[in-house]
Each structure stands twice: as C-alpha cells, then as structure tokens.
Design a protein around this ligand. Structure first.
Ligand SMILES: Nc1ncnc2c1ncn2[C@@H]1O[C@H](COP(=O)(O)OP(=O)(O)OP(=O)(O)O)[C@@H](O)[C@H]1O
Length: 248
C-alpha cells in the first residue's frame, strides 16, 4: 500500500487553476523530489497535502486512510510531517530543549501517563533524535547560534519528534552554505533508508535532487508533467523544454 496517495487533486483560486488533476504515489521508504519552475504550484501542492488548503476535487490518502477533510494537526497526528521554508525553532532555547518541547507536544495527548514516567525517557528520546540528525554535539547550544545547515537539521529533528511516516521537506537547502550541503544531504538521505518513512521534497538544487531522489516529479503550470527516475526525467525532451530550458 502506498504511504501517500494524491489522487486527481485540483485546486483553483477563483477561476484560475493552480494545481491541476495531480496524481502521485509515494511508497514506504521512497524518496520523491518535486521540481518545477517558480510558480509551478509546488508549495500549493504541499499546502494541499498538509491540509493548509482544501482541494476543489480529488482525494489525499495517508496509508489507506482518506485524510482529504482532515485539519493539518490531525494529519500530523496521523503521521504526516512538514517543514517550511522559514525556520520554526526557538532561538533562545537550547537545541535539546527545542527537541524536548517537540517530543512533549507530540505526547501531549498522553501527558498524564507521560509525566509519571521518568525524565530519563524524554532525555533518551531527545538523544536518539539528535543522533539521527547528527546534532548530538550541539545539544547544549542555543538554537539561535547554529549555522543555517545545522538549523535545518534541527528543524528535521523537530519533525522527527512527531514520529511521521511521511515527511514533506520544503526547500531544505535554502540558505545553506555550499560547504554545509553534503552533511545535510546525508541526514536527509538517512530519513528514508530502511526506516519505512517516505519523503516528498521540494528542492531547487538539481544536484541534490538527482543525488537523493528515487523518483522526480515535475510540475508545470500546476500539472504533473512527469514522474520517473531521475535519469528518465532528465532525458525527457518535454521536461527539458518546459523546465530545464528555463534555467534553474
Ligand atoms: N493564496 C494565493 N492567492 C493567489 N495566488 C496564489 C496563492 N497561492 C499560490 N498562488 C499562485 O499559484 C501559483 C503557484 O504558486 P506556488 O507558490 O504554489 O508555486 P511554487 O512552484 O511553489 O513556486 P516557487 O518555486 O516560487 O516557490 C503562482 O502563480 C502563485 O502566484
């Protein structure tokens, strides 16, 4: 069963089609990159999947469950996590403190039971998440003092605290200096490998897309132009003309 299914989804503003009849599947452990020129509808599609917008038609399924009518926080509880282009960390809190808050927020529903357990459980979970994003050595630093690349790792850590099965990453390389890109790429690669999680990532850096993606989905004027292996998409004349020809 697909981890995420976007089925014939369309969204219009007034009479203007912004996302047009998009169908897309994400398998467990699969990494799909969503590319397209500026204004192609990538953020709009993310908004539809995460629930910030409702489609005019079509369905969105997480696992086998139809989540089309669910609010964003219910989708998050269901296993859908999203990062944004802007940072969502508390700069004056430590790195570990930020992650601890996110873990507690996730477990908020079971707070009474959670409180009865020792702080050690929380500390262990925070350490586990920081190890996954390779930020253990920064645990005691304030989040505001991190470089962009490390801040992005922390944002991913906050996402992992929600224990998502499907992650939507919105331009994770934005603002990250060239020398910090490889380390961030390795953290992002680790998000799917053998974890059962799936990733849908919007990213403009083509070398990062080609390195990470199992498949590349190309949006153009709100419609899905292609969704195939990176090699097949790069070789597609239609894609080259519509997207790559316009420059990155
Ligand atoms: N709330 C809105 N009101 C009016 N127009 C909108 C709204 N949201 C998106 N659009 C329009 O929909 C189109 C798609 O925008 P969207 O931000 O989804 O594209 P994108 O592919 O994410 O672009 P970028 O790569 O620049 O982030 C654009 O023409 C945009 O102006």
């Amino acid at each position: 069963m697909a981890a995420l299914t976007v089925e014939r989804v369309s969204w219009t503003i007034g009479a203007v089609p912004i996302v047009h009849d998009v169908t897309l599947h994400l398998e467990p452990d699969e990494f799909v990159a969503l590319i397209g020129p500026n204004g192609a509808g990538k953020t709009s599609l993310f908004n539809l999947v995460s629930g910030l917008r409702r489609p005019n038609s079509g369905r969105i399924l997480l696992g086998g469950d139809d989540i089309t009518a669910q609010a964003p926080h219910r989708r998050a509880r269901h296993g859908l996590g999203r990062t944004f282009q802007t940072s969502a960390v508390f700069g004056s809190l430590t790195v570990a403190g930020n992650v601890a808050l996110a873990v507690q927020a996730r477990r908020g529903g079971a707070m009474r039971a959670w409180r009865r357990r020792s702080d050690r459980d929380l500390t262990l979970r925070v350490a586990e998440i920081l190890a996954e994003v390779r930020l253990e050595h920064r645990a005691g630093r304030t989040a505001g003092s991190l470089a962009h690349g490390e801040k992005r790792k922390l944002e991913i850590a906050l996402l992992l605290a929600g224990e998502p099965r499907v992650l939507l990453l919105d331009e994770p390389m934005a603002g990250v200096s060239t020398e910090d890109v490889p380390a961030l790429v390795e953290v992002i690669r680790g998000l799917t490998a053998g974890t059962g999680r799936s990733v849908l990532m919007v990213e403009h850096h083509m070398e990062v897309v080609l390195d990470l993606a199992d498949r590349v989905a190309v949006l153009h004027h709100g419609a899905l132009l292609a969704c195939d292996t990176p090699a097949a998409v790069m070789a597609d004349a239609f894609v080259q003309e519509a997207y790559l020809g316009e420059g990155l």
